[in-house]
Design a protein around this ligand. Structure first.
Ligand code: PRP
Ligand code: MG
Length: 201
């Protein structure tokens, strides 16, 4: 049995679409089940449905053997894992955004304060960062911050909140990560699964 940690939310939907595109219905059919169960088993693969930032925690601790997670999460926090490969979905990017008239970003709100800090440090631009847990677009609307550092995918959230993108910071995509030990001790089962889903030849 191998355990595969999946991120709930948009990345999960992208993974299911990817499986369907390659006609891997054996997995997609089960994953699309509407149940509230947080894990499901297909043959000898156990899929667990976790919050994105928790996927590398399960993988690092070895309770999941592999994980599918956005590179945003892997860039924001340091975890110990094997970087197996990028995946052809979950593509988006980090950007600085704000109302259309910002001259200088003195205060920036973000769920990703480490990524934001690194960016402004690299620019040698002093900034005050405010950590929020989501819906960060509210911060410049309410006057809590001049702007935000956040993920942009379709651009709909920015547009619907009257914000514009000022600068792209970093590309984001889904990544496949593995536990440093079990990637070798469970090598055969992991390779079989990865080749089945087209991640390796
Ligand atoms: C993410 C991100 C942006 C939005 C980008 O938020 O933080 O707000 O999606 O996608 P778009 O460009 O396609 O609109 P999410 O809905 O995941 O919620 P959260 O920010 O509250 O965590
Ligand atoms: Mg958001």
């Amino acid at each position: 049995m191998i355990t595969v940690a999946l991120s709930k939310g948009r990345l999960f939907d992208d993974f299911v679409s990817y499986l369907e595109k390659y006609e891997l219905y054996k997995y997609s059919k089960v994953l699309k089940d509407e149940s509230r169960a947080l894990y499901t088993i297909v043959d000898d693969i156990r899929f667990i449905f976790a919050k994105g930032p928790d996927v590398p925690v399960y993988v690092e601790r070895g309770v999941a053997d592999i994980g599918i997670v956005g590179s945003d999460i892997l860039e924001e926090e340091v975890f110990s894992y094997l970087n197996v490969s990028g995946l052809p979905f979950g593509k988006c990017h980090f950007a600085i955004a704000g109302p259309p008239d910002v001259e200088h970003f003195n205060t920036v709100a973000s769920k990703y304060t480490n990524i934001a800090r690194k960016y402004f440090n690299d620019q040698q631009q002093p900034v005050s960062l405010i950590h929020l847990n989501g819906s960060v677009e509210l911060a410049p609307i309410l006057g809590l911050a001049d702007g935000i550092v956040d993920i942009v995918q379709t651009g709909n959230t920015l547009r619907d909140n009257g914000l514009i993108e000022y600068e792209k910071i970093l590309d984001v995509q889904a990544r496949l990560i593995a536990n440093k030990q079990t990637f070798y001790t469970k090598e055969d089962s992991i390779y079989e699964f990865l080749s089945e889903i087209g991640v390796i030849e």
